[in-house]
Design a protein around this ligand. Structure first.
Ligand SMILES: [Zn+2]
Length: 255
């Protein structure tokens, strides 16, 4: 006997959309109730599709989803938040792409993580704000995402010796994912220099809410150091570079 279809309602953010058959779209969604799922939006490419007309990238919608035996099908979608600046501004869009790629890569299909949904939704909102430091939003998102998926970097004790770190320049152990002191740095395979200022900034971002973090004024040089450190760690965990991160770096060089 085939399993009966289950219909549920959930908030969902569109991570990816591909054309599918003649008039349909295949969506990758991050949902509040079921985590990452793939679902078909039937007829969503027809001009007059009233119920499914706005399945744009990074929009948040309330969706009615039928969970079939093999496929999820979106039967209704009601727009809640379009995050318009992310589609109208190429630079903001590039950062949103990167954040979306992280969510996609750090999540499993049909594994609920409501805190990750909230963080993703918040980050898209912060990237849409007129006055925002896009790189700061991104670093904050990375650190909190890492915590939610069990990869929080250790920033208060030496990763190798476990002693409390002294207030001086340290290193970051990329494979172990944490700060390491100059005395123990020879014990790790791959380390990057980590200035005391960068270490303090990372700690602050890890502990404080975004409303406090957004008031930080971060220099170009410090931004570079923070980005190199966190992304080296992320690349090591995912065992691959993310295309969207490379795109942001290339775009920045052209500015
Ligand atoms: Zn140490």
């Amino acid at each position: 006997m085939p399993r009966p279809e289950r219909i549920y309602r959930t908030e969902a953010i569109i991570l990816r959309r591909q054309d599918f058959l003649e008039a349909d779209r295949l969506l990758t969604l991050y949902t509040q109730t079921s985590g990452k799922i793939r679902a078909i939006a039937k007829g969503s490419r027809k001009m007059n599709s009233r119920q499914l007309g706005h399945v744009e990238l990074f929009t948040r919608a309330i969706m009615l989803i039928a969970h079939g035996r093999e496929l999820h099908v979106v039967s209704q979608s009601e727009l809640v938040e379009p995050f318009l600046p992310l589609r109208e501004d190429l630079t903001r869009g590039a950062y949103a792409n990167y954040i979306g790629e992280l969510v996609e890569n750090f999540s499993e299909f049909e594994e609920q993580n409501e805190k990750l949904f909230d963080l993703f939704n918040d980050a898209l909102g912060w990237l849409s704000e007129t006055e925002c430091d896009l790189r700061l939003v991104t670093r904050y998102f990375e650190l909190h995402l890492l915590k939610l998926v069990g990869f929080q970097p250790s920033l208060f004790r030496c990763t190798m010796g476990q002693e409390e770190l002294e207030p001086r320049d340290q290193f970051f152990a990329v494979l172990e994912g944490g700060a390491v002191c100059p005395d123990h740095v020879h014990e790790v395979q791959k380390a990057l220099p980590l200035s005391l200022t960068a270490l303090k900034t990372l700690r602050y971002m890890q502990k404080q809410p975004y409303d406090a973090v957004k008031l930080l004024r971060v220099s170009e040089q410090l931004h570079g150091e923070l980005e190199r450190t966190i992304q080296a760690y992320i690349v090591n965990i995912l065992e691959k570079r993310l295309k969207s991160a490379e795109f942001i770096r290339r775009a920045r060089r052209l500015e």
